[in-house]
Design a protein around this ligand. Structure first.
Ligand SMILES: NC(=O)c1ccc[n+]([C@@H]2O[C@H](COP(=O)([O-])OP(=O)(O)OC[C@H]3O[C@@H](n4cnc5c(N)ncnc54)[C@H](OP(=O)(O)O)[C@@H]3O)[C@@H](O)[C@H]2O)c1
Length: 282
């Protein structure tokens, strides 16, 4: 699949490395443009993908284009593209545009609605909005996506293939994507904080830092796999290890009195609300 990236920053790099690892694309299939040249030069050195001189060149070389710039840059990027492509022999073909090759735009931009994207593109593009996360880099991503007015089920299959190949990809109503952003889009950062805090606890109790970090990270990964693989509710799994008068229930008492649960719920709420605010341009 010929895949193009407009914006070659952190999330694009994670996605590119993920699709190359998964075998969905070879380096020759991937073209990237970015206004920040040093970032993409590093990416080219690491992955062998092609760096384009312009966003229009990415569009010309790709069947599927992933918009991976910051929210504040997204509309200008699309509007610039649309104008360029309309001026230049219409290689960016609209659906039903006289038999020309039709391209799919996938936006990973936080907060930016399909309606706003479609309006910026002159209501003529097939668009899918995806919220991925950075563990896509190691094929452990969690993504959710919603389809725009002109996107077809075949387009949804393409999004499923790309994002399902680098983790899980779930199709949702667009109205859920701010909440997805607050949970899984931003979630890796919450979990890194938890891992660091667990390791700090280990260090406090005398463990060497590197040992504590390894134990903390593997404990989080193992507990997550237990939830995914057993299908059991986390509360059931927790009760299984909290024996009466034991060590675990003593730790859980400290967690509850420290408010970890309320903090995490508030984190998802704050990030979801921030996503909605970004979408309104603030
Ligand atoms: N990072 C995450 O965990 C994550 C998770 C889910 C979704 N996302 C979404 O992914 C998008 C990218 O995030 P990121 O963290 O990868 O940001 P980033 O590292 O800042 O990357 C964006 C890149 O796009 C470049 N750029 C800006 N305007 C451009 C244009 N018109 N044409 C081509 N390139 C342009 C930027 O250059 P300059 O720096 O010079 O402006 C920057 O190098 C955001 O919308 C974010 O909401 C990110």
């Amino acid at each position: 699949m010929k895949l193009g990236f407009i914006g070659g920053g952190k999330m694009a790099a994670a996605l590119i490395k993920g699709v190359l690892k998964s075998g969905i694309c070879t380096p020759a299939d991937v073209t990237v443009s970015d206004v920040h040249a040093p970032a993409v030069e590093k990416l080219r050195g690491e992955t062998g993908v092609t760096i384009a001189a312009s966003n229009a060149e990415v569009v010309g070389a790709s069947e599927v284009i992933i918009l991976a710039v910051k929210p504040g840059d997204a509309l200008a990027a699309i509007q610039g593209l649309t104008a360029q492509q309309m001026e230049s022999s219409m290689r960016w073909a609209w659906q039903g545009g006289g038999g020309k090759t039709s391209k799919l735009l996938i936006s990973i931009v936080a907060g930016l609605s399909l309606a706003t994207l479609e309006k910026a593109a002159g209501e003529k593009l097939r668009i899918i909005r995806v919220m991925p996360n950075t563990p896509a880099l190691i094929l452990a991503g969690a993504s959710a996506f919603a389809t725009g007015t002109l996107a077809t089920d075949a387009d949804a299959d393409i999004a499923q293939k790309i994002f399902g190949g680098i983790g899980i990809a779930l199709r949702v109503k667009e109205s859920l994507l701010d909440a997805v952003t607050g949970l899984s889009g931003s979630g890796p950062a919450y979990v890194y904080t938890i891992i660091e805090a667990l390791a700090d606890g280990g260090v406090l109790m005398g463990l060497p830092r590197d040992l504590a970090l390894q134990l903390a990270a593997k404990t989080v990964a193992g507990a997550a796999e237990m939830v995914l693989q057993t299908g059991l509710h986390p509360a059931v799994l927790r009760d299984q290890v909290a024996s009466p008068g034991g060590t675990t229930i003593a730790g859980i008492e400290a967690i509850e009195s420290g408010g970890l649960r309320a903090s995490l719920i508030a984190a998802v709420r704050a990030a979801s609300e921030r996503s909605a605010t970004l979408g309104s341009g603030k």
